[in-house]
Design a protein around this ligand. Structure first.
Ligand SMILES: [Zn+2]
Length: 483
């Protein structure tokens, strides 16, 4: 017997970019939306069939968010070493499963993982699909394919790219082809290429990109790329890569070709912005914060021009770092798309919903409130068109509907975070002779650290000033319980 869900009298923001419609109702039959509009009501449900009814008067009904850049295997890491070296695959998998429910609780009903360690993403995707694990609908890449000049080959050659790494190193086409074949055999939905870390140069050759993209497509899979600079964005468009991550530094020519190709861009502003705006609250090093801020400013310039040229944006957050914990900041990306790319709130919601369907392998099937679409929906207590930030407040995400079913959460669990796995750090500055004897107050490690170029002002209240370590760990504990 079919089961029905009726949501009445909502303001609908459809995710397709249309203006909001108030006083409308939505009827869901099993997994799919069956009807939408002011005429929809109980009378459309056959007598005797199971019906759940939700009165959404004064509330907004919209598609669940789709985060096309969410790394479930990172485990809220504080360092690249933590991502690549520490934490066994077994524990990493279990943590990813735990964290998936937090992402869903935030109203994110779909994610794509563009790279992660082992095949954890593939396993997690299947476990979510089978109902073993509570989490968003998901697609996953395997390890990023990189070269010696790309992102994820962090360590010296004497160490190499370890097995647990999120990347896998191939400096020639044969290796790349071999890798694509293995990854596809092991169940990935997409291939992730890792070009230069900061857009300094194009690290893959045109041929390498094209061969990988063509083979992935031939095998029925998608391809995306970490591409921050004009050269690699251009090459990615030429190679037919399905969507592009970042695009921070693009000249007008590149932007024009990107717009013309229709290839969506997932700018992923959140990590840059969180580091620049809030990193000081959790001890992010100043050079990193400043670097991210500068990158964000340049990105804002590129995004504004990209928007004017008609580039299609999708929501991505790089969630999974300690600066972008799961289930907390996903919707902030929408605010950033408005601030930095000039999108309207309706356009930002479209970027965060229907524009992400492609990355879920469900283009045209999810992300819009319309008949025939998969019923991944959220009911929001507030008006995100007027104030997009309501989507960042967990208490405003009143109801999460996944595949036509209202999701029940363990609220205590979704508020929980893990302590970080390993951090072998000894100090935030160097204990030089001058720090000890150069006229600085040795009882005030804060001033000592500042003299060494480390800004720790914001890490403390004045009472905590004489114990930097306790101030830091206090902040860390606080940061783990954001709610
Ligand atoms: Zn990423």
């Amino acid at each position: 017997m079919p089961s029905w869900l009726l949501i009445t009298n909502a303001t609908i923001v459809d995710g397709a970019g249309n203006p909001p419609v108030s006083g409308a109702s939505v009827l869901v039959k099993d997994e799919l939306i069956s009807d939408v509009g002011p005429h929809v009501g109980r009378s459309l449900v056959p007598r005797g069939e199971e019906l759940t009814e939700i009165d959404a008067t004064g509330k907004t009904l919209m598609p669940g968010l789709i985060d096309a850049h969410c790394h479930m295997t990172y485990g809220e890491s504080r360092s690249e070493e933590e991502i690549d070296l520490y934490t066994s695959p077994e524990l990493r998998t279990l943590k990813a499963a735990f964290n998936a429910q937090k992402v869903l609780r935030a109203g994110v009903t779909g994610i794509s993982q563009p790279g992660g360690s082992y095949y954890i993403g593939v396993g997690l995707r299947e476990a979510i699909k089978d109902g073993i694990v509570q989490g968003p609908r998901m697609t996953a890449a395997g390890r990023y394919i990189t070269t010696s000049n790309g992102l994820t080959d962090w360590f010296p050659d004497s160490v190499g790219v370890p097995e647990g790494s999120i990347g896998v190193l191939h400096n020639n086409v044969d290796g790349m082809i071999n890798e694509v074949r293995h990854q596809v055999k092991n169940g990935v939905d997409l291939i992730k290429l890792a070009d230069s870390p900061f857009g300094q140069y194009q690290s893959f050759t045109d041929d390498e990109m094209k061969i990988v993209a063509d083979l992935a497509h031939q095998l029925g899979k998608k391809v995306t790329i970490h591409a921050r600079g004009s050269a690699e964005v251009d090459a990615a468009v030429r190679a037919g890569i399905d969507w592009i991550m970042h695009g921070n530094i693009m000249d007008d020519g590149t932007i024009g070709r990107l717009a013309e190709s229709g290839t969506p861009l997932v700018p992923t502003l959140l990590l840059l912005s969180n580091a620049g705006d809030f990193g000081h609250l959790v001890g992010a090093p100043e050079p990193l914060r400043e670097g991210m801020k500068r990158m964000l400013d340049r990105t804002g310039d590129a995004m504004t021009r990209a928007r004017q040229a008609g580039v299609k944006f999708a929501l991505g957050t790089d969630s999974g770092f300690s600066l972008t914990p799961y289930g907390v900041w996903h919707a902030r990306e929408l605010e950033l798309l408005m601030d930095y790319a000039g999108l309207t709130s309706v356009e930002a919601i479209q970027a965060g919903t229907s524009n992400g369907a492609l990355m879920l392998g469900l283009d045209g099937k999810v992300g819009v409130v319309a008949p025939g679409m998969i019923a991944d929906l959220i009911i929001v207590n507030g008006d995100p068109v007027k104030d997009i930030r309501v989507l960042q407040r967990r208490e405003c995400i009143e109801t999460v509907i996944q595949g036509g079913a209202v999701v029940v959460f363990d609220e205590e669990k979704v508020a929980r975070s893990w302590p970080h796995e390993r951090g072998i750090g000894y100090s935030v500055g160097d204990l030089t002779y001058d720090v000890v004897y150069g006229g600085l107050d040795p009882a005030d490690p804060v001033s000592a650290a500042e003299s060494d170029g480390v800004q720790v002002h914001d890490l403390r209240t004045s009472e905590e000033a004489n114990d930097l370590v306790s101030a830091l760990s206090h902040r860390e504990t606080g940061a783990r319980h954001i709610d």
